[in-house]
Structure formats: C-alpha cells, structure tokens
Design a protein around this ligand. Structure first.
Ligand SMILES: Nc1ncnc2c1ncn2[C@@H]1O[C@H](COP(=O)(O)OP(=O)(O)OP(=O)(O)O)[C@@H](O)[C@H]1O
Length: 608
C-alpha cells in the first residue's frame, strides 16, 4: 500500500511537471461535481420541510430561485473546469508521447536492440496509450477524487444524523436512537471499508499480473499485426512467399495466450465484483431502515429523509466503487511507472563528452572484441588495425564475418566489449560515443529514407541552401532522376500525400547524397552500390575521388572489382582480421581474398 501510494505520488508529480494545471483542474471539477450531486438532495429536503411547516409562498419561491442559482453556478463552473481539463489532458498525452519518442532517439543504439528495453518501451507506451490511456487515467483520478469528496461530505452528514436524538427512549426504537446504535453502524461501515481493501488488493494483483504477462505478447503481436501485415516493405515478401498463414498463425498463438490471461483476469474481477455488489446492497438496505427509524422516532424532520437516504446511497456507492476505481488507478499509475522507468534510462545526450575527429585523424582498433547482448559468440574478435586518413579502405569478407559490426563500433553505435578504439592515439571513452556518431557520413545497407521532401531527406534539418543539395545529388548520380521529379528537391517521398516512390537504386543514391551533404571528415559506405545498375555502379567507382573529394573513406562491398579502386583492403573471416594489403598484394597471397576474387572473376569469364 505504501509502495503503491509512493508510486502514485511520483506519477502525479511527473504529470504535474509535464502539465502544471491538470491536477488542479481535475480536483476542482471533482469537488464541484460532488457538490452538484448533493444540491438537489439538500434543496428537496428543505422544500419538503418548508411545505410541511406551511411556510409562505414567497419564501418557497425564494428557496427555489436560490436552488436554481446554486445549480447554475456549480454546473457552469464544473463545465468550464472540465473543458480546461480535457484540453490539458490532451496536451499531457501528446507531451508524454513526444517524450517517449525523444527518449528512444537519444538512447544508446545497442539499448534499442535489447529485448528488455523493447518490452519496457511497450509497457511505457501501454501505460498512457492503451485502453484509453492517460484520458482514462485522468477520468479515474477525477472519479477517485469525487468519491473521496462524497465520502467526506457523507460521513459528515452521517455523524450529524447520529447526533440527532428524538424523545422515544423505549425498546428497540429507543436503542436505535442511541449513541450505541450509532457506534454499531460506524463499525459496520468500517467493516465494509475493510472489505473494500481486500477487494482492491485482489483487483490490483489480478490486473498487474495480467499487464506484466501481456506486455511481451502484445509487443510480439504488434510486430506481426503492424510491422509485417501492414508494412509496405514486408508486403512483397508476404505475398511472394505466401507468408500470410504463418503470420496469422503466429498472431493467433499470441492472441490466444493473451485472451487466456485476460479470461483469468476477467474471471477474478467478476468474482470480486459480485461479492462487492452483494455486500453493498445489504448495507444499503440496513441504512435505509435506520433513517426510516430516525424519522419515525422524530430524531429528524420528514423532509431530511431525502437528504440522508440519498447520502447513504451515495456513501454506499462510493465505498463499493472505491476499491475498483482505486485499484484501476493504481494499476494505471503502475503502468505509468514503466514510462517513468523508461525515461530514467541513461540518455546519451546527457553526460556526453565531445570528441575530435579530423580529416587527417588516425583511427586505431586496439584488440577490440564485440559480442552482441545475449550472444556467447563474439561478432568481432581481438581486432587490431589502423585506419589511415585520406585513404580509401575496403572491407571484405563472407556474410556474417563482422564487417557491419566493425563499422557500427567505429561510428560509436556500440561500445567494445573488450579493447579500445583510439583517435589520434586517444582512447574513445563511453561518454564520447554519442559525439562520435556525428563524425561519419554513413550509408548502411539498410539505410532509411523518411516520409518527407527530397530536400529534408538530404539535409535532415530545415532552411538549408538548395545549391549544395543539388551538388551532392549530382555527385551521387541522382541528377537525371531529379530532372523528372514534379517539385524538384521539394518533391515528397514515401507515405506523405503525393509522395513518390523511388526505386531501390534511386533511394540508395539519395542516401549517398545525404552522407555527402553531411560533409563529415570520414565517409563510410556499406554495400554502396548493391542496388545500383551497372552503369551507375561504374560511375560511382570511377568517380570515387570526385565523390568523396579529399575525405577518408571506408567501403564494404561484396563486388570484388570495386576493391581495385581502394588503397587498402581488410579481409575478415569469423570476426577476425585475417588479411590486409593492397589489391595487388592480396592477389599474390594464397588466402581468402584471392579465393573471393578468383571465384567472382571466373563467374564473369564463364558468363561471357
Ligand atoms: N543486432 C544483432 N544482434 C545479435 N547478433 C547480431 C546482430 N547483428 C549482427 N549479429 C551477428 O554478428 C555477426 C556479424 O554480423 P555483421 O552484420 O557484422 O556481418 P557482415 O560481415 O556485415 O555480414 P554481411 O556481409 O552479411 O552484411 C553475425 O553472425 C550476425 O548474426
């Protein structure tokens, strides 16, 4: 309970920090709502008592007018506060969503590949997006405040009722009018409230268990339902390889499990709920009898029956719904705590140190080993090498040899498991990884273009000069295609309205242009020509010097012919650097490079 309340307090502070007035609006609206619910009871009692006392019509008329004014003020105030609250809650929701995206983009890259982090993101998003999310949470928060206000007002009225005594002191009627009867009544109320505590524990346990069990299933189900079934990139493979049944089967398995957990959860909730309804109605009946007796022994005027009967119904409702709303809210706060945990993850932009990488810097790998999280086989093993500036270096090797992993380490996307990367002799520290990431102009095999204009895709920032953009598009071989685009560099790409679809090779040229535009001292191209037609490919390689100008460049390529254009070649096998030299030197050696070259050359000779 204490831990729950602490968690709730943390979340409320977080909400207050994100959107300051939202809690104030929620509290004020709830208070007014409770008062609005009580006003008709009070006024009806007053009017009945005035009638029975045969009060003059003018006083009755004034009472009705006062009632109307109070209702107008109370309901009007409530409407204005709820209006402000709804807008504030929407702003809060958008703000939280933005925070998650921002956090995810500044997390270290390896964390985003970690399944535990992915589960945490799913839970963090579910906390304020699923099942009505933050809107429902704020509605439940207001409902809980309303219940608390109802309890305070009802309890006050009930105490007043217990202090009213009539004249009849005889028998059971006399006893019901005494302090002791009031005490019994209060104890009953206490017992009922204790039962509520038991209920809330049950609700909470069942709910949290379901949430934790469901997060992984939900993430995996989302993968199949959104990233596979609805993703344009996957659509071809799904159709051509008839994956539909497999995808549906995978989804069905997860959905079945999710449904199984939900059924258990729902059954538990239904049992607890029916116990609560039964006891609640018993209490209601008992209290009604008590108020009737109080009227009967003339402890209170007849008209007050309306107020007290209404109060009892409200108090009963409040006590029976309190555990449900409280638990629901605590669960929502608990889900939100995953959001908080996610936001607490170390952020690369905080606490990061600058690093200097110049065009003439020397990069050294000193006994670097890297194993992916959860893998006992290192993808790179004890690699030591030096990358000289102003050189074109090629990295070759069979699939899975560790080439891309080496590039990712070089760009600061991963931290070596062992060994050190040095720039000009100085070791790159963990705090410098983030700064290292923007020192390279990189095109990865699985590069991504965004749904935006061609210009935005190249500059990645607004208000850049158009001439420089055209220059890099020329150098990457995109000029001819550019001439055919409807809005020149302002043409929309991808999923935007009127967005055009580029071919794989055209997109790769845009990605190369983006790397060139970034104008970083080192250029890295991972399979730069994989999607290019032979003419574009030869154009890229023969104009390599022009393309990269005076920069240092690293290429990963399976086209062995492209290595001829490079000054230095690194050959990898099973995560180890096994050969190094120029094309001519490596051809002389009886090694993997010669094998790869000969195999490809023989294929071309046979084909011709
Ligand atoms: N995110 C990852 N998590 C776990 N293992 C990975 C991950 N990425 C790559 N690996 C593993 O690390 C090894 C090296 O992969 P890497 O992508 O560096 O190879 P590569 O030489 O670039 O291969 P290719 O020529 O096919 O692109 C492979 O065995 C691969 O399965």
């Amino acid at each position: 309970m204490k831990a729950q309340l602490q968690e709730a307090w943390t979340i409320l502070r977080l909400i207050h920090k994100q959107r300051p007035y939202v809690i104030f609006y929620g509290f004020s609206a709830s208070l007014l709502k409770t008062i609005t619910a009580y006003l008709p009871l009070w006024f009806t009692s007053i009017l009945i008592n005035l009638f029975l006392a045969k009060t003059d019509t003018q006083s009755l008329f004034l009472s009705v007018l006062l009632f109307a004014c109070c209702m107008l003020l109370s309901e009007g105030g409530q409407y204005v506060l709820e209006y402000r609250l709804n807008i504030a809650v929407k702003e809060l929701e958008l703000g939280l969503e933005k925070n998650i995206s921002e956090k995810a983009m500044y997390l270290s890259y390896d964390k985003l590949e970690d399944k535990d982090t992915l589960d945490l993101i799913e839970k963090a998003k579910a906390g304020f997006m699923q099942n009505g999310g933050i809107q429902v949470m704020m509605a439940q928060f207001s409902a809980l405040l309303e219940i608390c206000c109802t309890m305070v007002i009802s309890f006050g009225l009930l105490l007043y009722l217990l202090s009213c005594h009539g004249t009849n002191k005889e028998g059971i009627l006399g006893f019901m009018d005494t302090f002791w009867a009031g005490l019994v009544l209060l104890m009953l109320l206490y017992g009922y409230a204790l039962f509520g505590k038991y209920l809330s524990k049950g609700f909470s346990k069942a709910g949290m268990k379901f949430f934790d069990q469901n997060a992984k299933l939900s993430r995996e189900n989302n993968y199949y339902s959104s990233e596979v079934a609805l993703n344009q990139k996957m659509a071809k493979d799904v159709r051509l390889f008839q994956m539909q049944d497999t995808v549906l089967e995978e989804m069905a398995q997860r959905q079945q499990n999710s449904l199984k957990y939900f059924t258990i959860f729902n059954h538990r909730i239904a049992m607890l709920f029916s116990e609560s309804v039964f006891l609640g109605n018993m209490m209601n009946g008992f209290f009604y009898m008590f108020v009737i007796l109080k009227v009967y022994v003339k402890s209170i005027p007849v008209g007050d029956f309306v107020t007290y009967a209404g109060t009892i119904t409200k108090l009963n409702d409040a006590i029976s719904t309190f555990p449900i709303i409280y638990t629901d809210l605590m669960m929502l706060f608990h889900y939100m705590s995953y959001y908080n945990t996610f936001l607490q993850l170390a952020d690369q932009k905080e606490d990061s140190d600058e690093i200097s990488l110049q065009e003439d810097s020397v990069i050294t790998f000193d006994h670097v080993t890297y194993a992916y999280p959860g893998s006992n086989q290192p993808a790179l093993h004890d690699v030591s090498l030096t990358l000289e500036p102003h050189k074109k270096t090629a990295i070759v090797g069979l699939n899975g040899a560790g080439k891309t992993t080496l590039i990712k380490l070089l760009c600061g996307l991963y931290e070596p498991s062992e060994g050190t990367i040095r720039i000009d002799g100085k070791p790159v520290t963990a705090k410098q990884l983030s700064a290292l990431q923007n020192k390279f102009g990189v095109v990865f095999q699985d590069f991504a273009l965004f749904a935006g204009t061609l210009k935005e895709n190249i500059t990645c920032t607004p208000n850049e000069k158009d001439e420089a953009i055209r220059d890099v598009l020329n150098r990457s071989g995109f000029a001819k295609r550019l001439a055919t685009l409807p809005d020149d560099i302002h043409t929309m790409l991808g999923v935007q309205e009127n967005g055009i679809q580029l071919s794989g090779g055209e997109a790769q040229k845009v990605a190369i242009a983006r790397a060139l535009y970034a104008d970083r001292p080192w250029i890295i191209l991972d399979e730069p020509t994989a999607a290019l037609d032979p003419l574009s490919e030869i154009e890229i390689y023969t104009h390599l010097n022009e393309l990269i100008q005076n920069k240092s460049a690293i290429y990963i390529s399976h086209r062995m012919s492209s290595c001829q254009f490079c000054d230095d070649i690194l050959v990898f096998e099973h995560g180890n650097l096994i050969q190094r030299g120029s094309h001519a030197q490596l051809l002389q050696q009886d090694g993997l490079y010669q094998q790869l070259w000969t195999a490809q050359a023989a294929y071309f000779q046979e084909a011709s």
